[in-house]
Design a protein around this ligand. Structure first.
Ligand code: AMP
Ligand code: MG
Length: 423
């Protein structure tokens, strides 16, 4: 069987002791095997699911040429180029109530938005420019043939894919599926993700905090980041820094989960027992990623059960969010069958102040992007400690400072990634 180590060692620049973020992303991507099982669900239940097959439209959308405006449907050939044209109103067409006859030369039909274009007419004149006089409709010159008409199939052609396999179904996709009249869609089965916190110091919310105790916040952050991905969640709770307990938790989770996420236990001192454990249960790679925050990370696969992928994130609360957003989220979307890893775009903003940065690692600083005189600017939230979760609450973006980059002067362009785009 191909080992993960075998797969990733072939990648350019693969150095587990100082892994470039792009290489880490490529390494994970090279190992993933998406779920393949499919199921049929009603459109209304398809939100957040991943389309398993192309959704081909059986109909044109819109189904008929129709009016884009309220006004009168006319024959362009009737209209005088240099003066008003007087037309006789032959009837009315409303959305869902077509005009039964045909528009003959010298005639027009009152139309409302969405009304099927009456036979014979090819152009809509908006009501605001039309005058009525002695029972006639007077159309001013300067109308363009074909104006204000939505063509059949303009949105979607019959026979063409309305949505392609691998699309993550959001609000627009849901509406588009409904707009072609499809009652059910074929989607990949939901990904099952188990998650846990490790650490002897961790205390559950609602319990008194012993000396040296820390409330376990990472499981809540993880739940919040996982929920919008539409995956099935399995909260395994807190596991003590004890190989036996962790082995049990992982083995049990492997029976059901496609992916397991842990936090903590991957720093230099702690990694050893996870390493020994995973050597028994499957395979794990330990990486020191050239990034801040989030340097240590483990990636592996358990050999038993569903053979879930394992993401061992650092324990620091900010590092958990950054590593999840930058590596795990995209990997889970791919595992779920998405054609894209859904990475939010990098936008450009101007640094409002100087930003400290050393070359040789990618930094994800917490920033606040704002508009200033028509320009997008960004400042940091101040303290950037990887334990300061408040910085994530205050931030609305990551300031992504590239690997090679050094200190940033005020006024320089930097890249930002909006946090809202990670939902
Ligand atoms: P570790 O990576 O396990 O050495 O943890 C690094 C830091 O993150 C330590 O200060 C831990 O107390 C803290 N930490 C680890 N896990 C959690 C958690 N689940 N919730 C809050 N803080 C944590
Ligand atoms: Mg720990």
């Amino acid at each position: 069987m191909t080992t993960l180590a075998g797969i990733v060692s072939c990648l350019d620049g693969y150095d587990p002791e100082a892994l470039h973020v792009e290489v880490a992303r490529a390494a994970i991507a090279a190992c993933l095997e998406p779920v393949v099982e499919e199921e049929r669900v009603p459109v209304a239940a398809a939100l957040g699911r991943v389309l398993a097959r192309d959704l081909v439209s059986a109909v044109n959308v819109p189904a008929h040429d129709n009016s884009a405006m309220d006004g009168w449907a006319v024959r362009a050939a009737d209209l005088a180029a240099d003066g008003e044209t007087a037309l006789v109103e032959a009837g009315v067409a409303l959305a869902g109530r077509p005009f039964a006859g045909e528009v003959k030369p010298g005639e027009c039909v009152r139309v409302m938005t969405g009304a099927v274009m009456p036979r014979g007419a090819d152009t809509v004149v908006i009501q605001e420019v039309v005058r009525r006089e002695r029972g006639k409709i007077l159309v001013p010159p300067g109308q363009k043939a074909g104006q204000n008409v939505r063509r059949a199939g303009e949105d979607l052609r019959a026979g063409a894919p309305a949505l392609t396999a691998g699309t993550r179904i959001g609000a627009a996709e849901l509406g588009l599926a409904a707009s072609v009249g499809v009652p059910e869609v074929l989607v990949r089965r939901r990904l099952r993700v188990a998650f846990l916190s490790t650490g002897d110091e961790l205390t559950g919310v609602g319990e008194p905090l012993p000396e040296g105790g820390v409330y376990d916040s990472n499981r809540y952050t993880l739940r919040g980041m996982l929920a919008p991905l539409g995956v099935e969640l399995d909260d395994l709770g807190v596991v003590r820094d004890d190989p036996q307990a962790l082995a049990q938790a992982l083995s049990r989770a492997a029976e059901r989960a496609d992916a397991i996420i842990s936090t903590g236990g991957v720093s230099v001192g702690e990694a050893d027992f996870v390493r020994a454990l995973m050597a028994r249960l499957g395979e794990v790679l330990f990486w020191k990623i050239a990034m801040r925050p989030g340097r240590p990370m483990a990636f592996g696969r358990i050999a038993a059960g569903r053979r879930p992928f394992f993401f061992g994130l650092p324990g620091n609360p900010v590092a958990v969010m950054v590593t999840f957003h930058q590596f795990v989220r995209g990997a889970l979307l791919r595992l779920a069958g998405c054609a894209s890893d859904g990475a939010p775009p990098l936008l450009e903003a101007e640094a409002a102040t100087a930003i400290r940065k050393l070359p040789g690692r990618t930094e994800y600083q917490r920033g606040i992007v704002f508009r200033d005189g028509g320009r997008l600017k960004v400042r940091t939230t101040g303290t950037q400690g990887s334990g300061v979760l408040r910085s994530m609450v205050e931030a609305n973006c990551y300031i992504v400072l590239e690997h090679e980059r050094g200190a940033v002067q005020a006024g320089e362009p930097v890249r930002v990634q909006l946090l809202a785009a990670f939902s």
